[in-house]
Design a protein around this ligand. Structure first.
Ligand SMILES: Nc1ncnc2c1ncn2[C@@H]1O[C@H](COP(=O)(O)OP(=O)(O)OP(=O)(O)O)[C@@H](O)[C@H]1O
Ligand SMILES: [Mg+2]
Length: 237
């Protein structure tokens, strides 16, 4: 696999979508090809399942059935979007991935062993190289979502956003547990900082993880950036 696969995880309103765009800009300046995608969804088939999952239409299936639908969507997303991009040598930035299922459906009571089986089947070996966990207290994230809904038309809260704050806090703790179990894959970022500080912390983590990007802030240096881009593609050719 030639490309690089970075996932963003964290609770509602943590800043995932905001920071994916900022990382995309930084990596693009280095001459790298970037694919931004999201879960549930990220491919035409999976987007249909997203609508069912987030509207709450699939809630009657129960947490185990919902977990299977997430896995079905993920399988199509991996096959149709993620793997082809990685084969082309692109950098895939994915807004939520398998860790969200472990956390959300795990918190809802699905046996972790079932979740492991579903994950193995769904991801077909496509594991993230790096996972950025933006950690934020549940009440802070939910307040941001509320403010966002007052300014941007989002169609109202989704099936998972409406859960009470205690559920959101348990999800936060589960995300942090995952990060502790796989410290080499995760970078935990304090999401309470302002947007620029979060962006810088994420960039430092990305540079630290991928040696080909170097350790200095070269995002504005076009000449070096082009070389880094060529090197990244060349390495994987
Ligand atoms: N560091 C920050 N400080 C304050 N506000 C922020 C910060 N980062 C993002 N926001 C704002 O908070 C809201 C939520 O951010 P964003 O949509 O990026 O979060 P998200 O993690 O993608 O949320 P969701 O889980 O709903 O997809 C947006 O209105 C965004 O502009
Ligand atoms: Mg988002």
């Amino acid at each position: 696999m030639k490309g690089r696969f970075i996932t963003f995880e964290g609770g509602e309103g943590a800043g995932k979508s905001t920071q994916i765009q900022r990382l995309k800009e930084r990596l693009s300046k280095l001459g790298l090809s970037i694919v931004v995608t999201r879960e549930p969804g990220g491919s035409p088939g999976a987007e249909k399942i997203r609508t069912m999952l987030l509207s709450g239409d699939a809630k009657d299936l129960g947490p185990r059935g919902e977990a299977m639908l997430f896995a079905a969507a993920r399988a199509d997303h991996v096959d149709s979007t993620i793997e082809p991009a990685l084969v082309r040598g692109e950098w895939v930035l994915c807004d939520r991935f398998a860790d969200s299922t472990r956390v959300y459906q795990g918190e809802a009571g699905v046996d972790p062993a079932y979740l492991d089986l579903l994950e193995t089947a769904a991801v077909a070996g496509m594991r993230p190289d790096l996972t950025i966990l933006i950690d934020i207290p549940a009440d802070v994230g939910l307040a941001r979502v509320k403010t966002r809904s007052e300014t941007v038309s989002t169609g109202g809260p989704d099936r998972f956003e409406i859960d009470d704050v205690g559920v959101h806090e348990r999800r936060r703790a589960l995300f942090l547990d995952l990060a502790r179990r796989e410290p080499a894959r995760f970078a935990v970022i304090d999401g309470r900082q302002d947007t620029e500080a979060v962006e810088k912390a994420i960039w430092a983590a990305v540079q630290n993880h991928f040696a080909e990007l170097g350790t200095n802030d070269r995002g504005s240096d076009e000449t070096v950036g082009e070389n880094v881009g060529a090197q990244a593609h060349g390495q994987s050719a």
